[in-house]
Design a protein around this ligand. Structure first.
Ligand SMILES: NC(=O)c1ccc[n+]([C@@H]2O[C@H](COP(=O)([O-])OP(=O)(O)OC[C@H]3O[C@@H](n4cnc5c(N)ncnc54)[C@H](O)[C@@H]3O)[C@@H](O)[C@H]2O)c1
Length: 252
């Protein structure tokens, strides 16, 4: 099998791609030959520029993944500009941390909306586009918090646990359409989401003590997993939650 990890001729849509893991995955896909639609509620022009600097092609869109209409528009834009969609990376996500008794309904609703419902909406909306191409890949960014609970992060943990089960459920239904659906469960990566936490010595020490590799990761270290799941290399991987955590979840 040659070109096992190549993405030449593929069109990928990555949400939450203005920075962090989404930006790293989009750039990695571009390096491996994919054309990109990158979206975010924030400005994505820096990601588009970085992709173009390495000779890739990208369309940047302002899309709140909570809006079904905007999400559908993202796939229509991919079709209009690049002729279709082959890969969706549901990456956009938010974190709210607070003790259970002090969380508001709004915290629960917002986190579950952005992290879980939006991934389902995007999967439903990309379905006809992937079918038109004879199949495709959906990669949902979950978290190790979808497998084991982080302290004082109930909506986040619940949303990510939901993402793992959403992934397995879709994988079951859509394999018949040659659409493979997998999740990635990152451990701690240095991004906008974790920057403040990793700025605290106590948090860094906790990561050091829990992770056998004794360090957190940088976004580029998630890219290989995302390429694997989008490429020929992942042709028989379906419904999995691929953990990329330096070994944290190997032990109690
Ligand atoms: N960084 C980590 O350690 C870590 C660990 C496990 C899982 N994750 C997950 O990885 C994904 C990416 O997170 P990150 O660490 O890069 O964080 P980040 O905050 O740097 O990036 C998240 C991006 O999602 C965007 N976003 C938020 N709400 C949105 C919405 N409604 N519509 C569209 N875009 C929206 C943000 O603007 C941001 O650009 C998230 O799903 C997160 O839960 C991160």
């Amino acid at each position: 099998m040659d070109d096992l990890f190549g993405l030449n001729g593929k069109v990928a849509v990555v949400t939450g791609a203005s920075r962090g893991l989404g930006q790293a995955i989009a750039l990695g896909y571009a390096k491996y030959g994919a054309k990109l639609v990158v979206s975010d509620v924030l400005d994505v022009s820096e990601t588009v520029k970085k992709i173009e600097e390495i000779g890739g092609e990208a369309v940047g869109l302002m899309v709140d993944v909570s809006s079904r209409e905007r999400v559908k528009g993202m796939f229509l834009a991919a079709e209009e500009r690049f002729g279709g969609v082959d890969v969706l990376v549901n990456n956009a996500g938010i974190l709210r941390s607070a003790p259970a008794e002090s969380l508001w309904d709004e915290d629960w609703d917002k986190v579950l909306q952005v992290n879980l419902k939006s991934q389902f909406i995007a999967a439903q909306e990309v379905f006809p586009f992937l079918k038109k191409r004879g199949g495709g890949r959906i990669i949902n960014i979950a978290s190790i918090a979808g497998l084991l609970a982080f302290n004082q992060s109930i909506p986040y943990n619940s949303s990510k646990g939901g993402v793992v089960m959403l992934t397995k459920s879709l994988a079951l239904e859509w394999a018949q359409h040659n659409i493979l659906v997998n999740a990635i469960c990152p451990g701690i990566f240095l991004t906008g989401m974790t920057n403040d936490m990793l700025g605290q010595e106590s948090f860094r020490d906790m990561v050091k003590s829990k992770v056998p590799m004794a360090r957190h990761a940088v976004p580029e270290e998630l890219v290989g997993a995302a390429i694997y799941l989008a490429s020929k290399a992942g042709s028989y991987t379906n419904g999995q939650a691929l953990v990329v955590d330096g070994g944290w979840t190997c032990h109690l």
